[in-house]
Design a protein around this ligand. Structure first.
Ligand code: ADP
Ligand code: MG
Length: 642
């Protein structure tokens, strides 16, 4: 394979596709390629600095880590070089030939779609497409390959710190690349961009300065601009943004840093910049994003906050730094107290780290509390994005439950689209109401139509809707709020008789079947359904529907049971209680039939039909559909014949 000009390798299929998209990109903000290259260079210096803690030889004499940008207008080549960790032969192939990141396929697909559909209206089509491309590039961070937006050919000269052999990687961005040995390669990486004609603007010092200032000012190492005669000027601030005083930083700088660190479209919803002093010293610059990242519910619930020790990047995979229920946070934490040579493995159990985490969690809570109070509408949009994640803390971090519960928001049967806090709910409770009523399910609208809440609605009692799967985990753990117990409206007896029913919802007492007859009907239904139910009883929770199913006190909530079965949990059979509305026309008519001659067959059919109806209302299958249809047609034809 080795030839004079090196060995040839094909790009992974996704990369080829991606490169095609980049080369043909109509995306206007092509300047972001520079941000991406600088960000890689800065990562490479971070990596070297970290490795040098244990292997100081890697640094040698070349200790002033920096990025250097060198435009050459004669040859139309723009060079971005760093003296960081560099890449070995195999790393070159892996890093600049494949994309390892999960979700990349999705990215390529979306990008292809966005470029494929030419809008009718040229102008707006282009704008939309630009927005999409910017969002996608930002979110997926397909950094290096973005240089093919401006370059027709790219060469990468690199030598891994500690190695003697250097390499030259070459590609025109179509299908393949070559790698050849390179004599005298300096430590680190030098990217040579052979600019396309329409990208020559990036050779102009003024343009470069502006782009660096706009996107990379926060980078914590010097970025030099070197002209053709070798003169150098530093074009960024050169200190890590988080280490600067708050008063020196403006919104735009925070936003750019967020884009750099978060790999997310959109802007920060909230920014927290704190310098903790005292027994433990650390600085944190943390962001709450304004959109949901695509991997929020990846099986691995990893946060994306980077840990630095005295400006040296240590890891972005330190589990103990941020609890999983705050994993939507982005940003950096820089500690002065952790040992620089702390290993990534032992870090997990470091008591100092635990203290930092406690401090951060407290601060995040207090910021959320402030926003919830001052700007409830904005807090609602935060809740839409991350509420389901925050709620994980209710059962994972028992200590924080008292701070978390007031931050939680709910929809309710009576509240429409309004998000209610538990305080809102408790404050509005009628005096005799002792419990916080809730109903679990998937779809708020379906829940609002369910029979089990009819009696609550008729009595003006609001019911909270628990529609996130996570609700099924914390509800069993958290039994009360402000001494009010949480109670499912589909479980146990409803105890609604102490509440007055509003006049229009009141059933006509005169029409009620005599109690004796209703008792007989219930006995008959119980006998007919036998083992299919746990019990049959009259209900206060129904006003419009004739029947509904509930779980018995102490049994599994019906929604939770369905969830568990969906996830293939083995469960013993769960029998429900069939509740009957004694004021409904149908049940009253049936009650009157009990004991009439020749009515028993019709009544048995009716008992099964009542049960089947209740199942259908739960969205559950009827056990014997053909028997169900037969009974239904039988009953209807008899009624029609009368
Ligand atoms: P990302 O930076 O998000 O990992 P990129 O496409 O920007 O994705 O870069 C891919 C990989 O190539 C990097 O993770 C890194 O391993 C390697 N790489 C890119 N540029 C450099 C560089 N200047 N020095 C060392 N390694 C680099
Ligand atoms: Mg990158």
């Amino acid at each position: 394979m080795a030839k004079a000009n090196g060995e040839r390798h094909a790009f992974q299929a996704e990369v080829s596709k991606l490169l095609g998209l980049m080369a043909n990109s109509l995306y206007r903000d092509k300047e972001i390629f520079l941000r991406e290259l600088i960000s890689n260079a800065s990562d490479a210096c971070d990596k070297l600095r970290y490795s040098a803690i244990t292997q100081p030889d890697l640094l040698g004499d070349d200790t002033a880590l920096a990025v250097t940008i060198m435009p050459d207008s004669t040859s139309s080549v723009l060079v971005v070089a760093d003296n960081g960790i560099g890449m070995s032969h195999d790393e070159l192939i892996d890093n600049l030939g494949t994309i390892a990141r999960s979700g990349t396929e999705a990215f390529v697909k979306q990008m292809a779609e966005s470029q494929g559909d030419d809008g009718q209206d040229e102008q707006s089509g282009q704008n939309e497409q630009d927005g999409l491309a910017a969002g996608l590039i930002g979110q997926f961070g397909v950094g290096f390959y973005s240089c093919f937006m401006v370059a027709k050919r790219v060469e990468v000269v690199t030598r891994r710190a500690g190695e003697t052999e250097g390499w030259r990687w070459r590609s025109d961005g179509t299908g393949s690349f070559t790698i050849a040995p390179e004599a005298d390669a300096a430590r680190g990486t030098r990217i040579e961009l052979h600019l396309r004609k329409d990208a020559r603007e990036f050779l102009e010092p003024l343009r470069i300065r502006t782009v660096v200032k706009a996107y990379s000012d926060h980078v914590g190492l010097p970025i030099w601009l070197e002209n053709e005669s070798g003169q150098k000027e530093m074009v960024n601030e050169g200190s890590a943004l988080w280490s600067r005083p708050k008063s020196d930083i403006d919104e735009d700088q925070y936003r750019e840093f967020y884009h750099h660190i978060a790999h997310m479209p959109g802007d920060p919803w909230h920014t927290i910049h704190l310098h903790a002093e005292g027994r433990i010293e650390y600085t944190a610059l943390l962001f709450v994003p304004d959109t949901t990242p695509f991997d929020l519910f990846d099986p691995v619930r990893r946060h994306r906050v980077r840990l630095y020790v005295r400006r040296v990047f240590i890891t972005d995979e330190c589990e103990g730094l941020i609890p999983p229920y705050l994993r939507f946070m982005r940003g950096v934490v820089d500690s002065n107290d952790l040992a620089l040579n702390v290993s990534r493995e032992t870090l997990q159990n470091d008591p100092i780290l635990a203290k930092i985490r406690t401090g951060l969690v407290k601060r995040v809570f207090s910021e959320l509390e402030k926003r919830a109070k001052k700007t409830p509408e904005e807090y609602a949009s935060f809740w839409d994005n991350f509420g389901a994640v925050l709620k994980e803390g209710l059962y994972e971090d028992a200590e924080q439950k008292d701070r978390l519960l007031p931050l939680v928001r709910f929809r309710s049967t009576g509240g429409g689209e309004r998000w209610l806090s538990l305080d809102d709910y408790v404050d509005a409770m009628p005096e005799q109401q002792e419990a916080i009523y809730y109903m679990s399910g998937e779809d708020p609208d379906a829940l609002r139509r369910s029979p089990q809440i009819e009696g609550f609605r008729a009595r003006g009692i609001d019911v909270l809707l628990m529609v996130d799967p996570v609700d099924q985990f914390w509800l069993p753990v958290i039994s009360t709020y402000k001494e009010k117990p949480f109670r499912s409206v589909t479980q146990g007896a409803a105890d609604l008789d102490k509440f007055a029913v509003s006049d229009e919802a009141k059933p006509d007492e005169a029409d009620a079947a005599p109690p004796g007859e209703m008792d007989k009907l219930i006995a008959l239904v119980k006998l007919t359904l036998a083992d299919a139910v746990k019990d049959v009883r009259t209900s206060e929770r129904l006003t419009d529907s004739p029947v509904c199913l509930v779980a018995d006190e102490g049994d599994l909530d019906m929604h939770l049971e369905r969830l568990l079965r969906q996830h293939k949990h083995e469960l013993p059979e769960q029998k429900r209680v069939l509740e009957i509305n004694p004021s409904h026309d149908l049940t009253r008519a049936l009650a009157r039939m009990v004991g009439q001659k020749g009515a028993s067959e019709a009544l048995e059919d009716a008992a099964h039909l009542l049960m089947d109806q209740a199942l259908i209302l739960e969205g559950e299958p009827v056990p014997d559909p053909s028997a169900f249809t037969k009974r239904l047609s039988g009953l209807v034809s008899r009624a029609l014949a009368e």
